[in-house]
Design a protein around this ligand. Structure first.
Ligand code: ADP
Ligand code: MG
Length: 603
């Protein structure tokens, strides 16, 4: 069976996918590697494509071409103001089409798109270890015949036979297996880097038809970045009124920082930044919180909802008639975007598949079926890797174990290690290793306002809930005071099948080391608590024990201290047990109780 891969040829990013033994997945060793930015930069030795080219967008704007997709199959008149907004030169060519001028050369949009497709094809061939000749390529639902034909031409130039052109929203719906469901309407909300589309699909007997589409070709995540850049500039101006931001390097740094802040705020409620602007001789530091970010993007999110209202009206449908909602595009990871869509449509959208991969995955499935493959793989209905939180000393406490079926809910109760702690950081991780440094951070939040209590008194219940859509909600509640806080994250995002396999292999390989490391950390903590207990009740020991016994205890404390510096968890445990034995005669006293209960809780 000759493989037919799926390719999402995007305005901002392009990627490919296929069906592996374990099911459909994007092709690439990891998250970063699977994505090819749809950017090209001309150099003396030809085109640079993808990531290397992206970095030259600001440093070398005349020779760097992006958003080629906007030019496909369009003439000057149709392009309108787009031409003015793009930094590279666009010129008229025969038959009213356009070309891009770079230096003294001119290229058609098809040739440029072909360079991107070639790169995607090469990457896929390297990973799959086979040559690829056929593909399913996706295009926006609103693409007309000329635009579709240009896309086919681009693929042919790249050496790919396009078996089928599929609409992006249709591919996304297929990725979720919605074509297998009962007939009805599906809304696909796609917010990418520079464009927004909403499409309504009608499913009749496994076939999707686009019944209405609407959107904004000038609205996307890049505008979120721009709003953050403007805020950063305003903040810098406050302190340095003469600062100028026009030079390319400064702009690039601000843009990159803004995108990082935005992405951080999909994982956490507050993020700090610190960066240098060498051209201005400034070091900038500060923080951004989710409320500030959400109020910046609110008008843009509202515009997308306006489009949703419009498209429903056009399709003569009411909200109730929409059976499923699918999210597409990197920008739908933004928490407030996702929440507002949910409240607009009155139902949780499908999000379990990474929204930047979902179109490629749908195309990959389509290619697999066209090549004669079967659709017998299961979609994400288990959690591939354990989920949990960081506990003292950098250990990973698993709350939901890997391979659990969703939906699922688990909770565990923790306490504080320091007296009078009034806030607790809940850091959420995913992985199979014992220490968080070997796991992947998913998000974090702070539980504030806990009344001051002695260490060990607060009862913090941490609850993990993964719903049927794969959304993880982590909440923490201090039971004595009733203080609560929570955050929502999507645990699957960003991991490819390859990465999951690698993480599982790693955890197996490191299982023994990890266990020792973890025990060391835990026994050291136990020792500290035992020391504290002994110190706090030493006056009782002075009355209850003879001088010789007290000296033995002091000596053993020293032995334990030495052992704590070593790396042998079992040796430390043995010395700690010895300390426990020495204090056993004090079982009736408060001190004995403390120590023994500490030691017992370790078994
Ligand atoms: P396109 O369809 O235009 O090719 P994508 O779907 O790849 O675009 O989306 C790219 C956009 O998604 C960029 O603006 C990027 O900053 C944004 N993005 C990617 N990951 C995240 C994230 N975790 N949180 C918020 N925005 C993100
Ligand atoms: Mg896209």
């Amino acid at each position: 069976m000759e493989r037919i891969i799926g390719i999402d040829l995007g305005t901002t990013n392009s990627l490919s996918a296929t069906v592996f033994e374990d099911g459909p997945e994007v092709i690439g060793l990891d998250d970063e590697a699977s994505v090819t930015p749809s950017v090209l930069s001309w150099t003396d030795s030809g085109w640079l494509v993808g990531r290397e080219a992206k970095d030259r967008r600001i440093s070398n704007p005349e020779n760097t071409v992006y958003s080629v997709k906007r030019l496909m199959g369009r003439d000057m008149a149709e392009l309108g103001t787009i031409v003015k907004d793009l930094p590279y030169k666009i010129v008229e060519a025969q038959r009213q089409l356009v070309k891009v001028r770079v230096g003294s050369r001119e290229f058609t949009p098809q040739e440029l798109s072909a360079e991107i497709l070639k790169k995607v094809k090469l990457k896929a061939e390297a990973i799959l270890g086979e040559s690829i000749g056929k593909a399913v390529v996706t295009v926006p639902a609103y693409f007309d015949d000329a635009q579709r034909q240009s896309t086919r031409d681009a693929a042919r130039i790249a050496g790919l036979d396009v078996v089928r052109i599929v609409n992006e929203p249709t591919a996304a719906a297929i990725a979720y297996g919605l074509d297998e469901k009962k007939d009805g309407y599906v809304a696909v909300y796609d917010l990418g880097g520079g464009t927004f589309d909403i499409s309504i699909l009608k499913l009749t007997g496994k076939i999707f038809k686009v019944v209405a589409t609407h959107g904004n070709t000038q609205l996307g995540g890049d505008d979120f970045d721009r709003a953050v850049v403007d805020t950063l500039k305003a903040r810098i101006k406050q302190k340095h009124p003469d600062a100028e931001f026009n030079d390319p390097e400064t702009m690039q740094i601000l843009k990159k920082t803004a995108e990082t802040i935005k992405i951080d705020l999909s994982l956490t409620t507050e993020t700090s930044y610190s960066f240098a602007l060498p051209k201005l001789g400034l070091l900038i530091e500060g923080s951004f919180n989710i409320e500030e970010f959400e109020s910046l993007i609110a008008p843009m999110v509202e515009q997308t909802l306006e489009s949703c209202r419009h498209v429903l009206h056009e399709a003569k449908l009411t909200l109730k008639e929409i059976g499923e909602v699918v999210l597409v595009g990197g920008s739908t990871v933004v928490t407030s975007v996702r929440k507002q869509i949910e409240s607009f449509f009155g139902r949780p959208p499908h999000v379990a598949i990474d929204p930047y991969k979902v179109v490629a995955i749908g195309a990959g499935i389509q290619g697999h079926l066209l090549a004669g493959g079967r659709r017998d793989f299961l979609l994400l209905d288990v959690i591939p890797l354990a989920l949990g939180i960081e506990t003292l000393g950098g250990t990973f406490s698993k709350i939901i174990t890997g391979n659990s079926t969703i939906p699922i809910e688990e909770s565990e109760t923790f306490t504080t290690n320091v007296d009078d702690q009034t806030s607790i950081d809940v850091n959420i991780f995913q992985g199979e290793r014992e220490l968080i440094k070997d796991c992947r951070a998913l998000g974090q939040f702070k539980l504030k306002g806990i009344p001051a209590m002695k260490a060990g008194f607060p009862l913090v219940e941490v609850m993990f809930r993964v719903d049927a859509n794969g959304i993880l909600t982590v909440s923490a509640k201090e039971k004595r005071s009733g203080k609560k806080a929570e955050i929502e994250v999507i645990p699957f995002h960003g991991l490819t099948q390859f990465e999951i396999e690698r993480i599982m292999d790693d955890s197996f390989e490191h299982a023994i080391d990890d266990f020792n490391d973890r025990q060391l950390i835990e026994f050291r903590q136990t020792a500290e608590r035992v020391f504290r207990g002994i110190e706090q009740t030493w006056d009782i020991a002075e009355k209850a024990l003879g001088a010789a016994d007290r000296e033995k205890i002091q000596k053993q404390i020293e032995v334990v201290r030495q052992s704590m510096k070593g790396q042998d968890s079992q040796a430390l445990k043995a010395e700690l047990d010895m300390l426990g034995d020495l204090t056993r005669p004090l079982a009736d006293t408060a001190m004995g109780q403390t120590i023994l209960s500490e030691l017992q809780s370790e078994v």
